[in-house]
Ligand binder design. Sequence first.
Ligand code: AMP
Ligand code: MG
Length: 331
Amino acid sequence: MALALNDPGLGARVREVFEQGRLLALPTETVYGLAAPIDRPDLIARVFELKGRPADNPLIVHVGTLGQARRVVSEWPEPAERLSRAFWPGPLTLVLPRAACIPDAVTAGLDTVAVRMPDHPAALAVLRALDVPLVAPSANLFTCLSPTSAADVRAVFSADQVEILDGGPCRVGIESTIVGIDSRRRRLLWLRPGMLERAEIVRHLPEGWRLEAPPASEAEGGPRQAPGRMEIHYRPTRPLHVHVCAGRADCDRLAERLRGDGARALVVLPEDANRAGRDLYRLLRQADGENPESIELLLPAERLRQPAWEGVINRLRKAATRWIQVPADGG
Ligand code: AMP
Ligand code: MG
């Protein structure tokens, strides 16, 4: 029987799913997560196994309360307090020194843990009913498109493997913004852009703190491994060509030409960054489903400079098999 959001016994039902050795597809505002309790090493191993995710890629711990968040870390510096109060529940993940209760399998052996409180009523209901944090990486196969609806999850995982809580389509549509908090040097590291802009984060930093690009190597204090920072990720099965058009008219001309080409699928993102984030994976998945020779996505060049677009551009750079600069006047 399907899980229902308004079931007063939701917590007990989810516990049953885990007791059966199955995972839960958890709706969040970013993407659907493949959830397992942090105190169930067998199910955490199953997350890696089902996704085909390498064991050295750490998972994000999802919490339902601030108290839970503070119990999974060993340090709660001022920026954590301020950012969590400003943006949680919401699409922001904080990386902090981990508490002893966090197993190595979750952090891939790192001494830090990534934690987030998702902004979705279903996710919060489950997390608060269970009273144990859940890991919940995207409910897809490693490097593939992330799921933004229950149907996307079911297309990949069977009912024997994964129980789905259908919370409708995801509102944000791409993965969370991730910042690392380095108390010793009073800096935040920009680990993965999402739909929360840098300026919004900076506005909430205490005096004397800075937001920086992460150091390139571990020797300089950089993260050893992070899947969101891999070069190839979020990929459709068909080749994706991103055309960066100098001007709007160039985009229109190219779109006109591509529309007449039945072998290629055309994707034009919404004008608004938030809508583009929300629709990105859905549109790519839809285009992929037409099984075209290739997917052609048009992007006005001005987007590359707009802070609101940083998260979407980051995903496109990893998803694209080719990145094409279309010269002004023609293409
Ligand atoms: P996802 O695949 O969306 O669950 O994302 C996991 C992301 O969390 C990766 O992109 C990592 O960058 C990040 N992450 C998780 N744990 C850590 C950590 N301890 N240090 C740095 N990044 C982390
Ligand atoms: Mg993922």
